[in-house]
Design a protein. Sequence first.
Length: 732
Amino acid sequence: MSKKKKPKNAVNYENLTQDILAIFRANEEKSFSYKDLTQRLQITDTKTRNRVIRTLTQQTAKGKLQKVDKSRYQIDGTTDYYEGTVDMTSRGDAYIVVEGLEQDILVRNKNLHTAFHKDRVQVYVFKERKNSNSEGEITKIVERHKNRFVGILQKQKTFGFVVVQDPKMYTDIFIKGENFNDANDGDMVVVSLDDWYKKDDSPRGKIIEVLGKPGEHQTEMHAILAQYGLPEKFPKEIEAFANQIDTSIQKEEIKNRRDMRDVLTFTIDPADAKDFDDALSFQVLDNGNYEIGIHIADVSHYVQAGSILDEEAYNRATSIYLVDRVVPMLPEVLSNEACSLRPNEEKYTFSAVFEVTKQAKVVNQWFGRTVTYSDARFAYEEAQYIIETEDSLIDESVSLSGKTYTVKNEIKDAILEMDRLAKIMRTKRMKDGAISFDKQEVKFNLDEDNNPEGVFFKTAKDANKLIEEFMLLANKKVAEFIGKQKPKKTFIYRCHDEPDPEKLAALSTVVSKFGYTTDFKDRKSIVSSLNKLLSDVEGKGEQNLVDTLTIRTMAKAYYSTNNIGHYGLAFTHYSHFTSPIRRYPDVMVHRLLQHYLDGNSSANAEEFEERCKHSSNMESLATNAERDSIKYMQVKYMQQYENKSFLGVISGVTDFGMFVEIIENKCEGMVRVRDMSGDHFYFDQENYAIVGKRTQKSYQLGDEVWVEVKKADLVKRNLDFTLIGGVDEVVE
């Protein structure tokens, strides 16, 4: 029996309803008749035309469409539409995160309609799908998150494809030969997205920069910055503008400032620091109290609002600290010279000066522009030596800033007394509900070619905490000074919300496997439990894992003109005042503070809130870049240990494998389920475990296991491990 032939011009639509609705969604303000639709869909046969008419009637009855006259229909835009942000999965589907919705909206790959990770989109929800999670279709790209991507060129004669490195990018990018920009096959490149036509399988783009060969150190560092759209160098016009700024100290300007050049002043910074944006001054008052000054580089004196230098600083919003370099927010002439509080140099500063009792109580305060002179520079290690030994590293006869200091009686005593005060302040802060995060920092010893020779860990000691407490004091008091004024004034706050209860519950489950108990019933018990937990794990093999998981329970700090307080520090008012060389919000804080000290009215809240959001976003990108650079260096370091075995702790569990962090160097890699032999293993989500189906052998989050380094892939920045077994299975 022969098949019935379709009419010559008939169109085979598997989902005619969705095609019709897609037309309406793409043209929300327009109305269509059934004739308009059949013409657009190129439908000529009577049967399919009748289906169009029936579909219009059905969708009107369901409330998807509304009839605007006898024969015309329009989308009902009042329901089923949301705006949100795309969160891609590694499988190529996505969830749309909509503010105010408890549940994210699932969008299958076929319904993404060219949307990429973090794009702002409009999504239509298929509400007729009962007994299932919300699922939908993207109907409009509201705003592209980015249009530049980093990848590797696979080059043919007249065309090519850039394979993007980001695992959340589900397509490659087509490149015409004329848009190669001298890139060779296998080069790592930056590609600019042009368009994605409906008929094309891949979007089209142009290569705008060749970064180099994958795996080479400079290429990978440049790629990390390019991946996040972060700058590497300053434009020539910005450097030229900065270089022509008069950075000399002028007598006329000094007259407008509080002159504190005769007060003992010093800096304490990392040994390898090149910019010193904060200094401390100390003197004993006649009443026995102390006058302690926190002096901050007066960046806003040089970076004038509205200048091209200010625009560049705002766009960057933050300095970026990669593992082998710093990408500064300000050109070197400012960041390392004019605004750096170097020893034996006069500097313009913005200061918070406090009168403090011997019990560390602030009884008086003053804020304003100053001129200061740093008498000495200490590395943290040097200050720590003084604190631990009550001895000095500086010969007593050494002349500092034209004055002979007996370090035992002046600088040394200042450091020791400020350390004592800082410890009182810290104890009070903890008692008031602050959380003590002293996470170890992973650092690398690099040779001249930036190859890692070793790994070491930095922890905060008393000298670090001394500086921290006085910087926190300045930030808190500046925020209180403006925040408590009436009528309310626009200001920049550093905000930190309460932790997510679900994340706290998950943390409790994980740490219980190590024998730690928690009590998260209210704020007081949460803080007490977290601080006890962080103290108890110190020095243990699971410390880094527990520290990391605890930090992840916390909300992300952000900048805003709407003050909600800072949960982690237990401050009702908190701002960032102390690092304007490397953070643009601090520059804004300085400007606003001076604006109000001059008696001016409140600044425009809407304008500053937009600047806060930008600064928070740029901070997040910089943090991601810094983490990627550390991951890259860890992989590079582990290349020398391929086929070597290490003891590690399971730091994460997913449906495709488990992450294992090597205890001795904190390098993290993946044991993939597909590589686990001896059984068929599956993911037990409830128990954070990978379990053998036959043997019921379980590998849980937090378990110690032996692994062998299978591959250290620099290009993918991946460490792959082979599981040897649990500690109870392996005999050394």
